[in-house]
Structure formats: C-alpha cells, structure tokens
Design a protein around this ligand. Structure first.
Ligand code: SF4
Ligand code: SF4
Length: 244
C-alpha cells in the first residue's frame, strides 16, 4: 500500500454534514449534546467523541451574507508534531502507520492532563482532544480499518458532492493542483493549505482565517521534527537549570 492523502475541495461543500455523521457512526462515537448558539455549526467544537466537524463561518461581504464551510479534521501530518511531542514526553499513545502515513492515537492509553495539553498545543491545527473521564486522547483515525481493507474512509464514501476525496498521495496532489488551477480563474485568492506538510489538503478560495482560526498552520516551515522537539526540550532545559 502506498502513502495516502485526502483532498478536501471546500468549493464543493454544501455543509450537509454527511461526513460528520458518517464519522460518528463508523467510529461508534455517541452524539454530542449541544445547545442553540445562533449558528448552524453543531456541535461547537471537535471533542474526544467528535473527530470530524463541519465548521460554519458566517460573514458579510458588501452587505450580503457569505458562508464558508470547513470540514475540519486531523491533517495526518507528514512530520507530526503531536507524535514527536508525545515521544519527547515519554507518552506512548501516538504512532504513524508506515504504509499509509496515518497518524494513529491509542485512546486507551492514559495521558496526564498537562501532557495532553502540551500535545494539543504542539498541533498547529488544534486537533487532538483529551477526555477527563478516561484520560485518553483521540482524533481522526483515517478510517485505518477501512482503508487497509480497500474501502474509502466513511466521510469520503458519504460525501455526495465530491468535496471529500481520498487516495494515493500523488493522485490527490494532482487532483488538488488541477482544481486549484480551475478555482483560480474565478477566485484569485484560491489556495491549497499546507499541501507539502499534510495528508489532508484543503482548497479554499479566500483568506484561510475567514474559514477557521486554525485552518492553516501559521508557519508551515516549522512543522518539522526539530521544531516539535525544540518546544519540549527548551522548557525542560530551563527547568533543569533552575533546579540544578
Ligand atoms: S494535525 Fe495535529 S493531531 Fe493531526 S497529525 Fe498533525 S499534529 Fe497530530
Ligand atoms: S459530506 Fe461533503 S458536502 Fe457534506 S459537509 Fe461533508 S464535505 Fe461538505
């Protein structure tokens, strides 16, 4: 099996939330209790039990309402800062599947709250979530049980518009670049988000911040093993100097 990637074309997303529901269903995650917050986005955020969330950004353009939809999830980073941070902390809960490139969490491993916060803080897309009750960390699994049996991830299989795509990385990069070229003809600000660093490539047509605060990593060059390790090692060195 060759390494895999998703391509998420936000220009085709209608925010039907089929992907979000399919993700819950396949992972047997319970529904999340929510309340009316004056937005169609529901639930409010990702959680230990919500790995996929269609974010609704409701804006105004020249007096007209504009909606940006963003089917958020783990980006399955090529050099995952969360995994390197966990390793530096001695937390054995995160691995990368060599064949597909999927970054996999073991939610049954108990992680201290402070360590979980550091791991979450190392993710440039603010993805992993910790559960107080079980002490586990969880996020999107790339449907590893499906894809290793030749079946598409549940979110991709469900998407009725072609917004969610999945396949070999080269094929997804080709598709993403083809769609970018087409989108640019109408939307000059169209861009792919962190395409070189992640396995979940989003196409957006405007400033990524309009979609979601963490849609794009602010400094993609820093998504490296060295950068992740530096975040952990520097505070540890400071502490050892203080107590030494
Ligand atoms: S997006 Fe965040 S949680 Fe997912 S692999 Fe990258 S650093 Fe880890
Ligand atoms: S299933 Fe497809 S169209 Fe529906 S919300 Fe998800 S990405 Fe958008």
């Amino acid at each position: 099996m060759t390494d895999k990637s998703f391509f998420i074309d936000t220009t085709k997303c209608t925010a039907c939330r089929g992907c979000q529901v399919a993700c819950k269903q396949w992972n047997m995650n319970p529904a999340t209790k929510t309340k009316q917050r004056g937005t169609h986005q529901n639930p409010e955020d990702l959680s230990f039990e919500t790995f996929k969330l269609v974010r609704f950004s409701e804006l105004e353009d020249n007096g007209k309402p504009v909606w940006y939809f963003f089917a958020d999830q783990c980006r399955h980073c090529i050099e995952p800062p969360c995994m390197y941070t966990a390793q530096a902390l001695g937390v054995n809960a995160i691995n990368r599947d060599d064949k597909t490139g999927a970054v996999l969490y073991n939610p049954k491993v108990k992680v201290k709250e402070a360590d979980a916060q550091t791991i979450r803080g190392s993710c440039p897309w603010d993805i992993p979530r910790w559960d107080k009750k079980t002490g586990g960390l969880a996020k999107c699994t790339m449907c590893i049980d499906r894809i290793t049996n030749g079946i598409l991830p549940a979110c991709v299989k469900t998407c009725p518009t072609g917004a969610m795509n999945f396949g070999d990385r080269n094929a997804m990069l080709n598709l993403a670049n083809k769609r970018l070229k087409e989108a640019k003809k109408i939307h000059p600000k169209a861009q792919l988000l962190n395409a070189e660093s992640v396995r979940v490539i989003f196409l957006v047509i405007d400033d990524p911040k309009k979609y979601h605060k963490f849609a794009q990593a602010s400094d993609p060059e820093k998504i490296t093993r060295t950068a992740a390790m530096r975040k952990i090692i520097r505070p540890a060195l400071k502490l050892s100097r203080l107590v030494g």
